[in-house]
Design a protein around this ligand. Structure first.
Ligand code: HEC
Length: 229
């Protein structure tokens, strides 16, 4: 069992940090927190346009002293920014926690990745690339944990799917046992579909039986069984 939840949190935290730092397009990472003069491009088209090209190209990744580079870069950007227009723009309303959580991926988004990696898993095993198979399975569990965090009501079903169907796949991969893997994979596909049938939502009170997956044949997206039967 892989416990990779930490990564999910880091991803969320990183995302929040990225949001905080992304109100200006290409700031140097270290400069952004120090200089909250992050005028949105639309608000002050003239000043940043003049300042940015001069400021941003200066810290190329190849600079020998990456710590020193941002400070000269920041100053030119900071002084033209001292106008009232920029000050007004410099306090963008921070997103609330509720807003931040509302924009995290829901299960539909998680499932697109889940299914894609499930497809990768099959073709990795078909090609006897066990390391790739192991990697894909680990990534499935990571994205599943994002789903468990953002949609806690589905977490028990996801966890039970993991122990019933992904753990046997993990064992088969570790044993490099193709027979065992393929039978575990077939069972897992059935497990995917039975969860779809059992989960409901306000919009789909009859369940998600129409989302059917199958063992892919030619490519990863054949994992969708389009007729839903
Ligand atoms: C917790 C039960 C559960 C399990 C286990 C599960 N799913 Fe899902 N899946 C869902 C739900 C619920 C949805 C609908 C998402 C939504 O609410 O928006 C979904 C949606 C999907 C979609 C549609 C995504 C899209 O928008 O195109 C695919 C594909 C999918 N699942 C694949 C899989 C695969 C492959 C597996 C097994 C490896 C799997 N699912 C396991 C609950 C589950």
């Amino acid at each position: 069992m892989l416990v990779l939840r930490r990564c999910a949190y880091l991803a969320v935290a990183g995302f929040a940090a990225a949001l905080a730092g992304c109100s200006q397009a290409p700031p140097t990472p270290t400069a952004a927190p120090a200089v909250p003069t992050t005028a949105p491009p639309a608000a002050t088209p003239t000043a940043p346009a003049a300042a940015k090209p001069a400021a941003s190209p200066s810290p190329p990744a190849t600079t020998a002293s990456p710590v020193a580079a941002p400070s000269p870069a920041v100053k030119p950007a900071a002084s033209p920014a001292a106008s009232p227009a920029v000050v007004a723009a410099a306090s963008p309303t921070p997103l609330s926690l509720a807003q931040l959580s509302a924009i995290q991926p829901g299960l539909g988004t998680v499932m697109i990745e889940y299914a894609r990696r499930m497809g990768h898993l099959w073709f990795a095993e078909q090609a006897s690339n066990w390391d790739l198979a192991q990697y894909q399975l680990g990534e499935m569990i990571e994205i599943q944990e994002v789903g468990e965090t953002t949609r806690p009501a589905r977490a028990p079903a996801l966890k039970s799917f993991e122990s019933s169907f992904l753990d046997p796949l993990d064992e088969a991969i570790k044993a490099k046992d193709k027979g065992k893997f393929e039978s575990a994979y077939n069972s897992a596909i059935q497990g995917c579909n039975s969860c779809h049938g059992s989960q409901t939502s306000a919009d789909f009170q009859q369940g998600f039986t129409f989302i059917k997956v199958q063992v892919p044949t030619k490519g990863i997206w054949d994992i969708y069984k389009w007729d839903g039967r």
